[in-house]
Design a protein around this ligand. Structure first.
Ligand code: HMG
Ligand code: MG
Length: 296
Protein backbone atom coordinates (compact mmCIF):
# COMPACT_ATOMS: atom_id res chain seq x y z
CA UNK A 1 0.00 0.00 0.00
CA UNK A 2 1.38 3.38 -1.00
CA UNK A 3 0.94 6.58 1.05
CA UNK A 4 -1.64 9.17 -0.05
CA UNK A 5 0.68 12.08 0.62
CA UNK A 6 4.41 12.61 0.29
CA UNK A 7 6.55 15.46 1.55
CA UNK A 8 9.27 16.67 -0.78
CA UNK A 9 12.30 18.17 0.91
CA UNK A 10 14.04 20.27 -1.71
CA UNK A 11 17.83 20.15 -1.34
CA UNK A 12 18.81 21.98 -4.55
CA UNK A 13 20.03 25.24 -2.99
CA UNK A 14 22.33 23.23 -0.66
CA UNK A 15 23.26 19.78 -2.05
CA UNK A 16 22.56 21.02 -5.58
CA UNK A 17 24.95 23.95 -5.48
CA UNK A 18 27.62 23.00 -2.92
CA UNK A 19 29.77 21.26 -5.53
CA UNK A 20 29.66 24.06 -8.12
CA UNK A 21 33.17 25.35 -8.64
CA UNK A 22 32.21 28.79 -9.92
CA UNK A 23 30.56 30.94 -7.29
CA UNK A 24 26.84 31.35 -7.80
CA UNK A 25 25.76 34.87 -6.94
CA UNK A 26 23.65 35.12 -3.79
CA UNK A 27 20.85 36.91 -5.65
CA UNK A 28 20.64 34.02 -8.11
CA UNK A 29 20.49 31.57 -5.18
CA UNK A 30 17.74 33.62 -3.56
CA UNK A 31 15.77 33.77 -6.82
CA UNK A 32 16.07 29.97 -7.11
CA UNK A 33 14.85 29.52 -3.53
CA UNK A 34 11.92 31.86 -4.07
CA UNK A 35 10.90 30.12 -7.30
CA UNK A 36 10.99 26.76 -5.49
CA UNK A 37 8.84 28.16 -2.69
CA UNK A 38 6.45 29.40 -5.38
CA UNK A 39 6.26 25.85 -6.76
CA UNK A 40 4.80 24.66 -3.47
CA UNK A 41 7.94 23.47 -1.67
CA UNK A 42 7.31 23.57 2.08
CA UNK A 43 10.59 22.06 3.32
CA UNK A 44 13.97 23.01 1.93
CA UNK A 45 17.68 22.86 2.73
CA UNK A 46 18.75 26.44 2.10
CA UNK A 47 22.49 26.34 2.72
CA UNK A 48 25.26 25.06 5.03
CA UNK A 49 27.22 26.67 7.82
CA UNK A 50 30.43 24.82 7.00
CA UNK A 51 34.03 25.91 6.67
CA UNK A 52 34.36 28.22 3.64
CA UNK A 53 37.80 26.69 3.10
CA UNK A 54 36.20 23.27 2.64
CA UNK A 55 33.11 24.34 0.69
CA UNK A 56 33.58 27.86 -0.70
CA UNK A 57 30.19 27.84 -2.44
CA UNK A 58 28.38 27.95 0.93
CA UNK A 59 30.35 30.93 2.29
CA UNK A 60 27.28 33.16 1.93
CA UNK A 61 25.14 31.04 4.28
CA UNK A 62 24.32 33.91 6.64
CA UNK A 63 23.02 36.16 3.88
CA UNK A 64 21.00 33.34 2.33
CA UNK A 65 19.25 32.59 5.62
CA UNK A 66 18.65 36.22 6.45
CA UNK A 67 17.35 37.21 3.03
CA UNK A 68 15.24 34.21 2.08
CA UNK A 69 11.49 34.31 2.60
CA UNK A 70 10.31 32.23 5.53
CA UNK A 71 8.15 29.52 4.04
CA UNK A 72 7.50 26.24 5.86
CA UNK A 73 10.47 24.42 7.35
CA UNK A 74 13.82 25.73 6.19
CA UNK A 75 16.91 23.73 7.04
CA UNK A 76 20.51 24.74 7.21
CA UNK A 77 23.34 22.26 7.61
CA UNK A 78 25.83 22.49 10.47
CA UNK A 79 28.71 20.05 10.96
CA UNK A 80 29.83 21.18 14.41
CA UNK A 81 29.31 23.57 17.29
CA UNK A 82 30.59 26.56 15.36
CA UNK A 83 28.17 25.86 12.49
CA UNK A 84 25.28 25.47 14.91
CA UNK A 85 26.15 28.74 16.66
CA UNK A 86 26.34 30.65 13.39
CA UNK A 87 23.08 29.07 12.19
CA UNK A 88 21.19 30.06 15.35
CA UNK A 89 22.67 33.55 15.19
CA UNK A 90 21.38 33.90 11.63
CA UNK A 91 17.91 32.90 12.83
CA UNK A 92 17.73 29.27 11.71
CA UNK A 93 15.09 27.21 13.53
CA UNK A 94 15.69 23.85 11.80
CA UNK A 95 19.20 22.49 11.62
CA UNK A 96 20.59 19.43 9.87
CA UNK A 97 23.70 17.71 11.19
CA UNK A 98 25.43 15.15 9.01
CA UNK A 99 27.49 12.10 9.85
CA UNK A 100 28.60 9.15 7.73
CA UNK A 101 28.13 5.53 8.79
CA UNK A 102 31.53 4.96 7.22
CA UNK A 103 34.49 6.28 9.21
CA UNK A 104 36.62 6.92 6.16
CA UNK A 105 33.93 8.97 4.47
CA UNK A 106 33.27 10.89 7.66
CA UNK A 107 36.97 11.74 8.02
CA UNK A 108 37.11 13.00 4.44
CA UNK A 109 33.89 14.99 4.81
CA UNK A 110 34.18 16.51 8.29
CA UNK A 111 37.67 15.55 9.45
CA UNK A 112 36.59 13.31 12.32
CA UNK A 113 35.76 9.65 12.80
CA UNK A 114 32.10 8.80 13.16
CA UNK A 115 32.49 8.21 16.91
CA UNK A 116 34.35 11.52 17.33
CA UNK A 117 31.56 13.29 15.46
CA UNK A 118 28.87 11.84 17.70
CA UNK A 119 30.81 12.80 20.83
CA UNK A 120 31.27 16.33 19.53
CA UNK A 121 27.60 16.60 18.58
CA UNK A 122 26.24 15.64 22.04
CA UNK A 123 26.59 19.14 23.53
CA UNK A 124 25.49 20.66 20.23
CA UNK A 125 22.23 18.70 20.38
CA UNK A 126 21.71 19.82 23.97
CA UNK A 127 22.12 23.44 22.90
CA UNK A 128 19.80 23.03 19.91
CA UNK A 129 17.15 21.47 22.16
CA UNK A 130 17.34 24.40 24.58
CA UNK A 131 16.83 26.71 21.62
CA UNK A 132 13.84 24.64 20.48
CA UNK A 133 15.50 23.85 17.15
CA UNK A 134 14.09 21.07 14.96
CA UNK A 135 16.97 18.62 14.43
CA UNK A 136 17.41 16.61 11.28
CA UNK A 137 20.19 14.04 11.28
CA UNK A 138 21.54 13.23 7.83
CA UNK A 139 23.04 9.76 7.70
CA UNK A 140 25.52 9.53 4.83
CA UNK A 141 26.87 6.37 3.20
CA UNK A 142 23.96 4.30 4.50
CA UNK A 143 24.26 1.78 1.66
CA UNK A 144 27.73 2.10 0.15
CA UNK A 145 30.84 4.12 0.90
CA UNK A 146 33.18 5.23 -1.88
CA UNK A 147 36.11 4.13 0.29
CA UNK A 148 34.83 1.23 2.39
CA UNK A 149 32.30 -0.43 0.08
CA UNK A 150 29.09 -2.10 1.27
CA UNK A 151 27.63 -0.82 4.56
CA UNK A 152 25.72 -3.18 6.85
CA UNK A 153 22.14 -2.42 7.91
CA UNK A 154 23.05 -3.02 11.60
CA UNK A 155 25.62 -0.23 11.44
CA UNK A 156 23.07 2.19 10.00
CA UNK A 157 20.53 1.27 12.68
CA UNK A 158 23.14 1.67 15.42
CA UNK A 159 24.08 5.17 14.25
CA UNK A 160 20.42 6.17 13.87
CA UNK A 161 19.76 4.93 17.43
CA UNK A 162 22.45 7.26 18.77
CA UNK A 163 20.89 10.25 17.06
CA UNK A 164 17.36 9.37 18.14
CA UNK A 165 18.56 8.95 21.73
CA UNK A 166 20.17 12.40 21.49
CA UNK A 167 16.84 13.90 20.39
CA UNK A 168 16.86 13.99 16.58
CA UNK A 169 13.42 14.78 15.18
CA UNK A 170 14.15 13.42 11.75
CA UNK A 171 16.53 10.93 10.14
CA UNK A 172 17.43 11.56 6.50
CA UNK A 173 19.11 8.40 5.31
CA UNK A 174 21.30 8.74 2.24
CA UNK A 175 22.64 6.75 -0.65
CA UNK A 176 25.52 9.20 -1.02
CA UNK A 177 27.07 7.68 -4.16
CA UNK A 178 23.87 6.44 -5.80
CA UNK A 179 24.73 2.77 -5.70
CA UNK A 180 21.81 1.15 -3.85
CA UNK A 181 19.31 -1.02 -5.69
CA UNK A 182 15.55 -1.18 -4.99
CA UNK A 183 15.81 -4.35 -2.91
CA UNK A 184 18.42 -2.73 -0.68
CA UNK A 185 16.27 0.40 -0.44
CA UNK A 186 13.22 -1.62 0.59
CA UNK A 187 15.14 -3.66 3.15
CA UNK A 188 16.86 -0.74 4.84
CA UNK A 189 13.80 1.49 4.98
CA UNK A 190 11.52 -1.32 6.16
CA UNK A 191 13.96 -2.03 8.99
CA UNK A 192 14.19 1.67 9.89
CA UNK A 193 10.38 2.04 9.85
CA UNK A 194 10.14 -0.82 12.35
CA UNK A 195 12.98 0.44 14.53
CA UNK A 196 11.90 4.09 14.62
CA UNK A 197 8.10 4.30 14.36
CA UNK A 198 7.99 7.72 16.05
CA UNK A 199 10.71 9.53 14.13
CA UNK A 200 10.27 11.30 10.79
CA UNK A 201 12.09 9.14 8.26
CA UNK A 202 13.32 10.56 4.98
CA UNK A 203 15.12 8.94 2.05
CA UNK A 204 17.90 10.81 0.23
CA UNK A 205 18.94 9.29 -3.10
CA UNK A 206 21.63 10.35 -5.51
CA UNK A 207 21.02 9.27 -9.08
CA UNK A 208 24.51 8.26 -10.16
CA UNK A 209 23.40 4.93 -11.64
CA UNK A 210 19.88 6.08 -12.56
CA UNK A 211 18.33 3.85 -9.89
CA UNK A 212 17.05 6.63 -7.64
CA UNK A 213 13.47 6.64 -8.93
CA UNK A 214 13.27 2.87 -8.57
CA UNK A 215 14.73 3.17 -5.08
CA UNK A 216 12.12 5.77 -4.18
CA UNK A 217 9.33 3.47 -5.32
CA UNK A 218 10.81 0.70 -3.17
CA UNK A 219 11.04 3.05 -0.19
CA UNK A 220 7.40 4.10 -0.71
CA UNK A 221 6.47 0.44 -0.51
CA UNK A 222 8.40 0.23 2.75
CA UNK A 223 6.22 3.05 4.10
CA UNK A 224 8.48 6.09 3.58
CA UNK A 225 6.64 9.29 2.73
CA UNK A 226 9.42 11.89 2.84
CA UNK A 227 12.04 12.30 0.10
CA UNK A 228 14.97 14.65 -0.40
CA UNK A 229 15.13 15.73 -4.03
CA UNK A 230 16.94 18.43 -5.97
CA UNK A 231 15.43 20.57 -8.72
CA UNK A 232 17.21 19.93 -12.01
CA UNK A 233 18.91 16.88 -10.49
CA UNK A 234 21.76 19.12 -9.35
CA UNK A 235 24.03 18.02 -6.57
CA UNK A 236 26.69 15.84 -5.07
CA UNK A 237 29.00 15.81 -2.12
CA UNK A 238 32.46 17.23 -2.89
CA UNK A 239 34.02 14.58 -0.63
CA UNK A 240 32.34 11.55 -2.19
CA UNK A 241 34.12 10.82 -5.46
CA UNK A 242 31.71 9.49 -8.06
CA UNK A 243 28.64 11.03 -6.46
CA UNK A 244 26.54 12.84 -9.04
CA UNK A 245 23.34 14.77 -8.69
CA UNK A 246 20.43 14.06 -6.42
CA UNK A 247 17.28 12.58 -7.86
CA UNK A 248 15.39 15.38 -9.64
CA UNK A 249 12.46 17.01 -7.87
CA UNK A 250 10.50 17.40 -11.11
CA UNK A 251 10.89 13.72 -12.03
CA UNK A 252 9.93 12.47 -8.56
CA UNK A 253 6.91 14.76 -8.31
CA UNK A 254 5.81 13.67 -11.78
CA UNK A 255 5.99 10.01 -10.80
CA UNK A 256 4.03 10.71 -7.61
CA UNK A 257 1.44 12.75 -9.58
CA UNK A 258 0.87 9.83 -11.95
CA UNK A 259 0.51 7.49 -8.96
CA UNK A 260 -2.16 9.78 -7.49
CA UNK A 261 0.06 10.69 -4.52
CA UNK A 262 -0.29 14.30 -3.33
CA UNK A 263 2.82 16.43 -2.83
CA UNK A 264 1.47 19.98 -3.13
CA UNK A 265 4.32 20.67 -5.57
CA UNK A 266 3.76 21.85 -9.15
CA UNK A 267 6.06 20.17 -11.70
CA UNK A 268 5.87 23.00 -14.21
CA UNK A 269 6.78 25.58 -11.58
CA UNK A 270 9.70 23.43 -10.42
CA UNK A 271 10.91 23.45 -14.04
CA UNK A 272 10.57 27.24 -14.05
CA UNK A 273 12.74 27.32 -10.92
CA UNK A 274 15.29 25.14 -12.73
CA UNK A 275 15.27 27.68 -15.55
CA UNK A 276 16.21 30.36 -13.01
CA UNK A 277 19.35 28.53 -11.85
CA UNK A 278 20.33 26.73 -15.10
CA UNK A 279 22.39 29.61 -16.56
CA UNK A 280 24.48 29.77 -13.37
CA UNK A 281 25.54 26.13 -13.01
CA UNK A 282 28.29 24.34 -14.86
CA UNK A 283 26.51 21.19 -15.93
CA UNK A 284 23.74 20.79 -18.46
CA UNK A 285 20.37 19.93 -16.98
CA UNK A 286 19.09 16.70 -18.37
CA UNK A 287 16.15 15.49 -16.35
CA UNK A 288 13.12 13.88 -17.96
CA UNK A 289 10.54 16.51 -17.05
CA UNK A 290 12.84 19.49 -17.64
CA UNK A 291 13.62 18.29 -21.16
CA UNK A 292 9.89 17.99 -21.92
CA UNK A 293 9.29 21.45 -20.41
CA UNK A 294 12.05 23.03 -22.52
CA UNK A 295 10.74 21.45 -25.72
CA UNK A 296 7.17 22.45 -24.99
P1 HMG B 1 38.50 21.26 10.35
O1 HMG B 1 39.55 21.87 9.48
O2 HMG B 1 38.82 19.98 11.07
O3 HMG B 1 37.94 22.35 11.39
O4 HMG B 1 37.20 21.04 9.47
P2 HMG B 1 38.52 22.96 12.71
O5 HMG B 1 37.50 22.78 13.77
O6 HMG B 1 39.92 22.46 12.96
O7 HMG B 1 38.61 24.50 12.31
C1 HMG B 1 39.45 24.96 11.28
C2 HMG B 1 39.00 26.33 10.80
O8 HMG B 1 37.68 26.26 10.24
C3 HMG B 1 38.90 27.37 11.91
O9 HMG B 1 39.15 28.62 11.30
C4 HMG B 1 37.45 27.32 12.30
O10 HMG B 1 37.01 28.51 12.88
C5 HMG B 1 36.78 27.12 10.96
P3 HMG B 1 40.61 29.31 11.37
O11 HMG B 1 40.91 29.45 12.84
O12 HMG B 1 41.55 28.35 10.68
O13 HMG B 1 40.42 30.60 10.64
N1 HMG B 1 35.48 26.45 11.09
C6 HMG B 1 34.32 26.90 10.55
N2 HMG B 1 34.03 27.98 9.80
C7 HMG B 1 32.74 28.15 9.44
N3 HMG B 1 31.75 27.30 9.74
C8 HMG B 1 32.00 26.22 10.50
C9 HMG B 1 33.34 25.99 10.92
N4 HMG B 1 33.92 25.02 11.65
C10 HMG B 1 35.21 25.32 11.76
N5 HMG B 1 31.01 25.38 10.80
C11 HMG B 1 34.82 21.01 9.31
C12 HMG B 1 36.04 20.47 10.02
C13 HMG B 1 33.63 20.21 9.80
C14 HMG B 1 34.65 22.49 9.66
C15 HMG B 1 35.01 20.87 7.78
O14 HMG B 1 35.40 19.57 7.51
C16 HMG B 1 33.77 21.18 6.99
O15 HMG B 1 33.31 22.31 6.95
N6 HMG B 1 33.20 20.18 6.31
C17 HMG B 1 31.95 20.35 5.56
C18 HMG B 1 31.87 19.34 4.47
C19 HMG B 1 30.57 19.50 3.71
O16 HMG B 1 29.93 20.55 3.72
N7 HMG B 1 30.19 18.45 3.00
C20 HMG B 1 28.99 18.45 2.21
C21 HMG B 1 27.74 18.35 3.03
S1 HMG B 1 27.36 16.67 3.52
C22 HMG B 1 26.61 15.99 2.13
O17 HMG B 1 26.58 16.56 1.08
C23 HMG B 1 25.92 14.66 2.29
C24 HMG B 1 24.38 14.76 2.35
O18 HMG B 1 23.85 15.37 1.20
C25 HMG B 1 23.79 13.34 2.49
C26 HMG B 1 24.39 12.38 1.45
O19 HMG B 1 24.13 12.56 0.25
O20 HMG B 1 25.15 11.54 1.92
C27 HMG B 1 23.94 15.56 3.58
MG1 MG C 1 23.55 14.38 -0.70
Amino acid sequence: ILPNNVTIIEVGPRDGLQNEKKHVNENDKLAFIEALQGAGIQEMELTSFVSPKWVPQMADAKTIVEKSKKVGRQFVLAPNDKGAELAIEAGATSIAVFVGVSNTFNKKNINRTTAESIDALQPVFAKLKINDVFIRACISTAFYCPYEGKIEIEDVVALCKRFVAMGANELSVADTIGKANPRESYELFKTLKEEFPDVLLTAHFHDTRKMAIANIFAALQAGINRFDTSAGGLGGCPFAPGATGNVATEDVVNMLDTLGIETGVDVKKVCQAVQVIAPHVSRPIDTGMYRLFEND
